[in-house]
Design a protein around this ligand. Structure first.
Ligand code: CUA
Length: 340
């Protein structure tokens, strides 16, 4: 006699369950929302944890009762009587209506208070205001009070509240840096706001959290938190015009850049021709550790690959250019790497 065949779903079910369970053991999780590293993220975490444990206790009680009652009153061979029915039992009906209602009210009060708290506009001279514009597929940051424009890597001073004004140039995106704050959408034609703050210097990873077409996965971002003094230094560096090369391969690259289609989309302050606004401002390109929606490390090799075929590096992006020769690419890379 053959043993009972296992369902063909049992192996996939076991594998996917194990995958989810083992994912919790990962050590290097830079986007772990359960490890907040700033007061705003901590406030959200402070709401999440008690709600989670209340839900966990209720889950165990309800499922435990369900399973034990199903077992106790299961159909037995030959037995015909059913357990006594409780329909219309007034006291029980009132109890199991009232208990969840009180519990939900208990959860709603701190939830609503936290939502209002998080939405509050921060006051004081210390607040850093940044307009964030979502593009397919990169982030534009305009420090409205400081006169600085940056891309993908958001520099912030530690211990100060950063007020983000979120807008979109095309479709809906969502700004998400799990260790520092919650998620907030960037909606065309609207201004949304969110606050952000980091306790300690460091690099915090984030990404677009709203599907925004082909290269959504390549719309990453970083928040670089620095001491207020280091942040001021960064601001001073960003405000300056580019120091343009005067000789060699880099200067040849600048000629190439300024006579090519590059200037239609990119700005390099200090040049007389490059004022494009479609792509990221490249004035201080080498002050960034990444490029291409914070997807690629800013290395000469990655830059060469990007220039060889931008559409392969980030499918669907707006950088549609005539094919460059290796010589042009070498010159352009030398120029871009001179933009400190
Ligand atoms: Cu922008 Cu997804």
């Amino acid at each position: 006699m053959r043993s009972k065949p296992r369902s063909r779903w049992s192996v996939p079910a076991a594998v996917s369950t194990l995958t989810f369970l083992l994912a919790a053991c990962v050590q290097n999780a830079p986007q772990d929302a359960l490890k907040p590293e700033g007061p705003i993220a901590r406030q959200i975490d402070g709401l999440f944890k008690p709600v989670f444990w209340i839900a966990a206790v209720i889950f165990v009680i309800v499922e435990g009762a369900l399973v034990s009652l199903a077992w106790r009153f299961r159909a037995k061979r030959g037995a015909e009587e059913t357990p006594p029915q409780l329909h219309g039992h007034q006291k029980l009906e009132i109890a199991w209506t009232l208990a969840p209602a009180l519990l939900l009210a208990g959860i709603a009060v701190p939830t609503v208070i936290t939502i209002w708290d998080l939405a509050e506009e921060p006051k004081g001279a210390d607040v850093v205001n940044v307009q964030v514009v979502g593009h397919q597929w990169w982030w534009e940051y305009n420090y409205t009070d400081l006169g600085v424009t940056a891309a993908n890597e958001l520099h912030i001073p530690t211990g100060k509240t950063v007020r983000l004004q979120l807008e979109s140039a095309d479709v809906i995106h969502s700004f998400w840096v799990p260790k520092l704050a919650g998620k907030q959408d960037l909606v065309p034609g609207r201004k949304n706001f969110m606050n952000l703050e980091a306790d300690t210097p460091g690099t915090y990873f984030g990404q677009c959290a709203e599907f925004c077409s082909l290269s959504h996965a390549n719309m990453r971002l970083r928040v670089i938190a620095e001491s207020p003094a280091a942040f001021d230094g960064w601001v001073a560096g960003q405000k300056a015009d580019a120091v343009l090369p005067t000789a060699g391969q880099a200067q040849a690259g600048m000629q190439e850049f300024l006579s090519n289609v590059c200037i239609q989309c990119h700005s390099i302050r200090g040049t007389k021709a490059s004022f494009g606004k479609v792509g990221p401002d490249l004035t201080h390109f080498m002050s960034r550790g990444t490029f291409g929606g914070a997807t690629y490390d800013n290395t000469p090799e990655n830059l060469r690959n990007w220039l060889r075929d931008p559409q392969a590096a980030k499918p669907g992006n707006k950088m549609v250019i005539p094919k460059l020769t290796e010589e042009q690419i070498a010159k352009l890379v030398a120029f871009l790497r001179s933009l400190k």
